[in-house]
Write a protein that binds this ligand. Structure first.
Ligand code: HEM
Length: 193
């Protein structure tokens, strides 16, 4: 059982990182206002939203299982207050920092109608900070960081985000002027009063 928690905790960490990579790439694609091969514009936004929800779900399992794993020595506070973990405070603290930023992104997306698009967009820039912080956390604390499959996964994630960011800052990136893109509201909450 203890081993199962340990493997589930680490496995969901890797899946979360891959999903966050997808979310960053799709977020940039959404902002471009362009379709992707096989995905019309509205679908790019919808997949961005769904991938965000899925990433948060995997993150909940990641921290939830590791909270009960005796090896990680975590308590509820150290999940959200950076650099307070008993073991590996720096590397686990980066995970907590990334989690806080992601929670802020989700919360402000849910409250976007109230806070307005300017504040929402300003806070959404935090996605560019959350991703490398999460990556550093995985590399620094992960037991699998030196394995071939994890190095390959990390390399592909880095290449994907660098490619997307490179496109974002290039002259070819045409932003949609006018209405800002739809907020990242978890799909099941849409339409719920
Ligand atoms: C955006 C948020 C996060 C992401 C994307 C993430 C991702 C990862 C990844 C990729 C690994 C490496 C797994 C492996 O090598 O097999 C990992 C390990 C781990 N993470 Fe996270 N993580 C996040 C947040 C957190 C938080 C908030 C905590 C708790 C403070 C945490 C605690 C751990 C622990 C205890 C490990 C295992 C380290 C070890 O192998 O010794 N993570 N995480």
């Amino acid at each position: 059982m203890i081993n199962a928690l340990w493997y589930l905790g680490r496995g969901t960490g890797v899946v979360s990182l891959v999903l966050l990579t997808l979310v960053v790439g799709l977020g940039i694609a959404t902002r471009s206002g362009r379709p992707l091969p096989g995905l019309p514009r509205f679908a790019v936004t919808a997949v961005h939203r769904s991938a965000s929800l899925l990433a948060v779900a995997f993150l909940v399992v990641h921290v939830g299982t590791l909270l009960f794993d005796p090896y990680a020595q975590l308590d509820v506070l150290s999940l959200v207050v950076p650099f307070t973990a008993a073991a590996q405070p720096f590397w686990y603290g980066l995970g907590a920092l990334a989690l806080d930023l992601i929670l802020a992104l989700v919360a402000t997306s849910l409250l976007r109608d109230r806070i307005g698009p300017r504040i929402w967009r300003g806070i959404h820039w935090a996605a560019y900070a959350a991703w490398p912080i999460a990556l550093a956390h995985g590399l620094g604390s992960g037991r699998d960081a030196g394995t071939g499959w994890m190095l390959t996964t990390t390399g592909l994630c880095v290449a994907a985000v660098l490619g997307a960011v490179g496109w974002r800052v290039s002259d070819r990136f045409a932003e949609v002027r006018g209405p800002a893109p739809a907020p990242v509201v978890p799909a099941p909450l849409i339409g719920v009063r």
